[in-house]
Design a protein around this ligand. Structure first.
Ligand code: NDP
Length: 433
């Protein structure tokens, strides 16, 4: 805390991971101390902060701050998304980059951890303004990334449109047609099923976790928060698997649809019109729109937080448990506070942490990198079935690691240990770097 003041989200992420690793660390204490293993693990290899000037449609210039934190390359090139949201600061990017190290390790694919973004707010901007920002951002970032060094992707506020503008500028500056970004459009090297991957992957893992505990996903009622990329495709896959999603939300309010969220309507509102959830009522007159927070107050079997960090608090956890919720799986990164997580676990609610549950996005990004390297495109079915295999395997690794360390059923511990083991092994093998 003294070394990195004013980075509460980073401290929170590190605390959660280190607490889970207590047993592993104690078993190897002498070596970890000698090699300063934890100090190296929590200090990014490199962190970049840069000016992003751009001009709006009225000719007014603006300056935003750009970030890229290249956290750990022990098992492969840095990999992690770019977040565009006014709340972005170095501490947020560091928390996301730190989490990404273990998440990427869990996928079993050769990718290191990184994250980036800017405090730019894409909401309400014209396409030209978005392009101007993205070109300026990439003009600086292009010096530090590459298909074999650092491969950014989307995150909050960065979707296919932004990735397209970023990719175009990278190519213009570096003259390289390479897989330097993932989440690209299908016409220029993107992978089928990448758009769906995080949400679909969340459901594959949730289904497997329930199965290992003797519970069926089919027929369950689910609360989803958020209405962006992760939330939309989590909702779609949940309904395909026979569950019913009754809520979605955005930063202004939330929708309750007793008959199950209409995914086609949701996609049209969010992906085509880029509108707010207040529109949903026009498609489903029987649904209800509420201002403010509230998705966790609904009586459901499963909760899938898919919006942003620290959106499921202790009081929400209490209501969920009281209402008989059996499982929480994090589609977003760190949406559940530490106290809320502990409360859910102590009250018998199955809890799948984001670094395992939402790893399907980055796993499919790594599959996009493979396709780019071999200059081939796989079918939707091929990518989707690999995604499913990866999520099932992550689920088993997290369950098994928890059991190995006498923490049966504690999937936070399991996921952290399973992710940590490979990274540490690679770091040890490569010497003090
Ligand atoms: P999007 O930008 O597509 O959607 C984000 C959603 O969350 C929107 O509904 C947004 O509402 C809401 N939201 C964002 N910030 C806040 C806030 N401060 N308060 C309340 N609501 C908020 O992002 P994604 O769906 O891609 O990402 C969602 C989460 O999933 C993030 O935590 C991200 O890091 C994580 N994630 C995403 C992956 C991906 O592949 N996309 C992969 C792994 C994790 P509004 O429109 O009002 O801002």
């Amino acid at each position: 805390v003294k070394k990195n003041p004013a980075e509460p989200e980073f401290h929170q992420a590190v605390k959660e991971v280190l607490e889970s690793l207590r047993l592993v660390v104690e078993a190897n204490e002498e070596q970890f101390r000698r090699d300063a293993l934890l100090e190296r693990l929590t200090e990014p290899e490199r962190q970049l902060k840069f000016r992003v000037p751009w001009v709006d449609d009225n000719g007014q210039a603006h300056v935003n701050t750009g970030y890229r934190v290249q956290f750990n390359s022990a098992i492969g090139p840095y990999k992690g998304g770019l977040r565009l949201h006014p709340s972005v600061n170095l501490g947020i990017i560091k928390f996301l980059g730190f989490e990404q190290i273990f998440k990427n390790s869990l996928t079993g694919l050769p990718i290191g951890g990184g994250k980036g973004g800017s405090d730019f707010d894409p909401k309400g901007k014209s396409d030209r303004e978005i392009m101007a920002f993205c070109q300026s951002f990439m003009t600086e970032l292009s010096r530090y990334i590459g298909a074999d060094t650092d491969v950014p992707a989307g995150d909050i506020g960065t979707g296919a449109r932004e990735i397209g503008y970023l990719y175009g500028q990278y190519k213009r500056i570096r003259g390289l047609s390479e897989g330097v970004l993932t989440g690209k459009g299908l016409s220029y090297g993107g992978s089928l099923a990448r758009t769906e991957a995080t949400g679909y992957g969340l459901l594959y893992l949730t289904q497997e976790m329930l199965k290992l505990n003797g519970i069926e996903l089919e027929g369950k009622t689910i609360a989803v928060s958020g209405s962006g990329n992760v939330a939309i495709y989590a909702t779609e896959k949940a309904q395909q698997l026979g569950a019913k999603v009754v809520t979605v939300s955005d930063s202004n309010g939330w929708v309750y649809d007793l008959d199950g969220i209409d995914v086609t309507a949701l996609k049209e509102i969010k992906e085509v019109k880029r509108a707010r959830l207040t529109e949903y009522k026009n498609y489903r007159p029987n649904s209800k729109y509420h201002e403010g927070k509230g998705v966790w107050s609904v009586k459901v079997d499963i909760a899938l937080p898919c919006a942003t960090q620290n959106e499921l608090l202790l009081d929400d956890a209490k209501i969920l448990a009281e209402n008989g919720c059996i499982a929480v799986a994090e589609g977003a990164n760190m949406p559940t506070t530490l106290e809320a997580t502990e409360y859910l676990q102590a009250n018998g609610v199955l809890f799948a942490p984001g670094k395992a549950a939402n790893a399907g996005g980055v796993a499919t990004s790594a599959l996009e990198m493979s396709q780019n390297s071999e200059r081939l495109s796989w079918t939707f079915g091929e990518v989707d079935s690999r995604l499913k295999r990866i999520m099932v395997s992550i689920c088993h690794n997290m369950v098994d690691a928890a059991e190995r360390y006498d923490a049966k059923g504690n999937y936070v511990v399991g996921a952290n240990i399973a992710g940590f083991e490979k990274v540490v092994d690679a770091m040890m093998a490569q010497g003090i770097v």
